[in-house]
Design a protein around this ligand. Structure first.
Ligand code: F6R
Length: 259
């Protein structure tokens, strides 16, 4: 796992946008895994600037969102279908037909989840998966104790996650109790993972994910088993890492051909 510590949240977003941008430059029909929430917003904003400047083209890029709430309509402003439309599809000028979000309203959720998995396979698999991390160590909405082998399925949101996400809703009661999320097994099949985190509120989760034992209590710790995972964080999110200086040393001395 590569850990890159940047001074500010803006620098985190800029570096992660560079990584994603490079994938799209080298593969105009790349398949990208899309996280929602606050963490990746600077990535999408950085990519959108390059699209506006004409130096990056997302029109052939496919997208698969990580997760979706269950129990709110698709046109609810906080459904991830809406968020992906406003924060990703529109600013990056993506083809909406090429972007899928798990269906939180399906009558047969199990079938819809299987079809979502199949759609990812049919698209050739995810080239780069963008991830945030919950304060409890979740990725996607794989809450603590999620199976490392899990696939897209319905999950109950942890009380901590509902409380953290209440800022997007009028009240805590309005936050859905359930979601559909790509599984940890789904995420681990992406060819490359880039996880971003900013702020002190993520410091414990980052320390557990990067330096703790690989254990279901911290779902993000599964990234230690991925052959190409990059964790990009600001100094506040890195503040509980024991080997922070070492990560910075290795990044500063990274061979140019690996950049
Ligand atoms: C959302 C997702 C979640 C968030 C995490 C952090 O699609 O996959 O894992 O990345 O809850 O959320 P923020 O970025 O809002 O702190």
């Amino acid at each position: 796992m590569e850990v890159v510590i940047k001074k500010t949240a803006d620098e985190v977003g800029a570096l992660a946008a560079d990584l994603v941008g490079r994938v799209v430059e080298s593969k105009p029909r790349a398949v990208i895994g899309l996280a929602t929430g606050s963490s990746p917003l600077a990535i999408y904003a950085g990519l959108a600037k390059r699209v506006e400047a004409g130096s990056l083209d997302f029109t052939g890029v496919r997208g698969f969102a990580l997760d979706e709430y269950v129990g709110i309509p698709e046109d609810h402003p906080q459904s991830y279908a809406s968020v992906i439309r406003h924060e990703v599809i529109e600013p990056l000028h993506m083809d909406p037909a090429l972007v899928q979000v798990p269906d939180g309203r399906a009558v047969d959720v199990e079938v819809a989840c299987r079809e979502y998995e199949q759609a990812i396979v049919d698209a050739g698999g995810i080239d780069i998966q963008i991830l945030g991390i919950g304060a409890n160590g979740h990725i996607g909405f794989n809450e603590p104790s999620s199976s490392f082998a899990s696939r897209t399925r319905i999950k109950t949101l942890a009380p901590k996650t509902r409380a953290d996400n209440a800022r997007f809703f009028d009240s805590l009661d309005d936050v859905p109790t359930h979601c559909v999320t790509q599984g940890l097994g789904t995420i681990m099949h992406a060819r490359r993972l880039v996880l971003v985190a900013q702020g002190e509120g993520k410091a414990d989760a980052i320390a557990a994910a990067v330096e703790g034992p690989v254990a279901a209590i911290c779902p993000a710790s599964v990234l230690q088993f991925h052959e190409h995972a990059t964790v990009i964080i600001d100094e506040a999110a890195a503040s509980k890492l024991r080997l922070a200086d070492y990560y910075t040393y290795t990044y500063d001395n990274k061979p140019a051909w690996q950049l």
